[in-house]
Design a protein around this ligand. Structure first.
Ligand code: PEP
Ligand code: MG
Length: 572
């Protein structure tokens, strides 16, 4: 509790030079180059020139629509062929959606009613958007794809280049309002050397893609899309700045230095410890057997978050206990060599709807029946999952910890812990709701460990939807209020002598990781890709510096000041 009221003024300058824009830094590194603007909308002039297209009859107009759709769908399919994993699936789905028969009948009807092709397409898509939005969940998320299809079909009809990412002819900084999966799949990190968006938060699609590509990224940079295409800028993905007018030689030197540092980080191979030898625990976040297998070859001591719900996003019916045990055993098996896995029970609902678990038609699903709350009315769902986890633990012999998401009260924690311990497993809960952080010391009386989910803790502490692309400045784990809640939880863990880890995106931020260790966080769990940069950064600092970083962030008035204070302490 000691840390809560402590304030410290670092005297850092909060003003940025007039020719510098700033946003939320999400992937560190420096890049320099001309701005490459993503074309968002089809030019209204081109649409006006095209008019109703001068077709002899509605059939001829429909034939033009069919040709445009075929071209758009082919583009998606070609991109899908050269993409991998989730990106390939999204693009194949977009190709299917473009060719949708229902959409075509809507367009045909509008053409028969005398509309021109552009108006007919826009009207039919509007209708679909309304239907998808009303259906909610995953369908509502397809609205972005529908609008993308609409823009592409209209562009083809009126003879404009397709909206989206123009092909760069030299290494460039990609700038956009926000980026859709179809924009970012297949980007070449040699030609697109950084991403900057006007909207979008730390967990947005843009940020995830930038991390995958290993290129610097700043999101929520107000005013960035007003920069003329071709403007030479220097992007600093650690400071969150975009500077214009920099000296090109100086910029080149900064980019080179940043590349050298990133290469050095990529070669870090553990074991994790501070510079003065305090051993640290770095863990991986995984989603299924394949990701667990590939993360097991990284320098990690285990899995700190297995998001079980991600195994069931496409399932209509609840899998049997045996089937669940098979799926979980695939994740546990690679860690039977003395490492451990923290399995999280289903976090269905809200942004992760699952057909067999999610409640339909909630007004406010993020505050509704999600995570642990699904078991209130359906305790069998939890019991069967715990049986599956226990069977997988026994089969693989892997040390297995189990935690529940979205725990609000000590009674919920105690009830859950009883069920987990009855199966011989270690029991914990996630700290994602501010009430759980404020009562961390009492939670620790009834559970074996806590794991802080900073993504949701930030969303609930700041009352800012983690998916809202225009609230990036609030959905930032560097916000002082979020850091205070983390500090309270870490402090409770130290007093109780029980582990308190962080498994949200905050753990993947090398700068923030130093402050988290300084607060007394006992493990950091992150996307496998983030482990080496975080481990390398922590290996360069002493525990004393980590503690100074913790003091600095807890005393800082806002996220930017907190970041600046830590960067100064670390000599960045
Ligand atoms: C979190 O909320 O920080 C977390 C790790 O859970 P998820 O991102 O899956 O909601
Ligand atoms: Mg969460």
């Amino acid at each position: 509790m000691l840390l809560v009221n402590r304030t410290l003024f670092y005297g850092v300058s909060m003003t940025t030079p007039a020719n510098t824009l700033s946003g939320t830094p999400v992937v560190p590194g420096v890049a320099a180059g001309p701005v490459l603007l993503v074309r968002g909308e089809v030019s209204p002039d081109a649409i006006a020139r095209y008019g109703d297209g001068d077709f002899a009859d509605p059939e001829a107009a429909l034939a033009a629509y069919d040709e445009a759709v075929a071209a758009v769908a082919d583009t998606f399919s070609t991109k899908a062929a050269s993409a991998q994993g989730a990106a390939a699936e999204v693009l194949t789905a977009s190709a299917g959606l473009a060719r949708d028969k229902g959409l075509r009948s809507g367009v045909a009807k509008n053409l028969q009613a005398g509309q021109g092709p552009v108006t007919a397409v826009q009207g039919a898509v509007d209708q679909f958007v309304t239907i998808f939005t009303t259906m909610g969940g995953l369908m509502a998320e397809r609205v972005t794809d529908l609008r993308d299809i609409e823009r592409r079909v209209v562009a083809h009809l009126v003879g404009e280049p397709a909206p989206g990412v123009p092909t760069p002819t030299e290494p460039s900084i990609l700038v956009a309002e926000d980026l859709a999966p179809s924009d970012t799949s297949g980007l070449d990190p040699e030609l697109v050397t950084a991403l900057v968006t006007e909207r979008g938060g730390a967990t947005s699609h843009t940020a995830i893609i930038a991390r995958q590509l290993g290129i610097p990224c700043v999101v929520g940079a107000a005013g960035i899309t007003a920069l003329p295409a071709g403007t030479f800028v220097v992007v600093d993905g650690e400071a969150g700045t975009i500077e214009q007018g920099a000296d090109p030689d100086e910029a080149r030197a900064r980019v080179e230095e940043s590349r050298r540092v990133r290469e050095e980080l990529a070669h870090w191979s553990g074991p994790a410890a501070t510079a003065d030898g305090l051993p640290l625990k770095l863990l991986a976040n995984v989603a299924d057997g394949a990701s667990a297998q590939s993360a097991s070859t990284e320098p990690v001591q285990g899995v700190g978050l297995f998001r079980t719900e991600l195994c069931f996003l496409d399932r209509k019916d609840e899998p049997s206990v045996e089937e669940q045990a098979d799926i979980y055993a695939e994740v546990l098996a690679p860690y039977s060599d003395g490492r451990y896995v923290v399995v999280r029970t289903l976090d269905a609902g809200s942004d992760k709807p699952i057909a067999f678990a999610t409640q339909a038609g909630e007004e406010n699903p993020a505050l509704g029946v999600r995570g642990l709350r699904l078991s209130f009315d359906n305790p069998g769902l939890m019991d069967r999952q715990l049986d599956g986890i226990a069977a997988a633990a026994e089969r693989t012999g892997t040390e297995t910890w189990v935690m529940a998401p979205m725990v609000a009260t000590v009674a919920e924690a105690a009830d859950f812990a009883g069920k987990v311990r009855a199966r011989g497993l270690k029991a914990g809960v996630m700290v994602e709701i501010p009430s759980a952080a404020l009562l961390a010391h009492r939670m620790l009386e009834v559970v074996d460990f806590l794991s802080i989910g900073t993504n949701d803790l930030t969303q609930y502490a700041m009352a800012a939807d983690r998916m809202a692309t225009d609230l990036a400045h609030l959905t930032d784990p560097w916000q002082p209020a979020v850091l205070q809640l983390i500090a309270i939880t870490a402090h409770a863990g130290r007093e109780a002598g029980k582990p308190v880890g962080v498994c949200g995106e905050a753990a993947a931020d090398p700068l923030l990781a130093t402050a988290l260790i300084g607060m007394g966080i006992s493990s950091l769990s992150m996307a496998a890709r983030a482990v080496r940069p975080v481990g390398a950064q922590l290996g360069k600092v002493s525990l004393e510096t980590c503690e100074a970083a913790a003091e600095a962030v807890l005393g800082a008035p806002d996220p930017m000041a907190a970041r600046t204070a830590v960067r100064e302490l670390l000599g960045h």
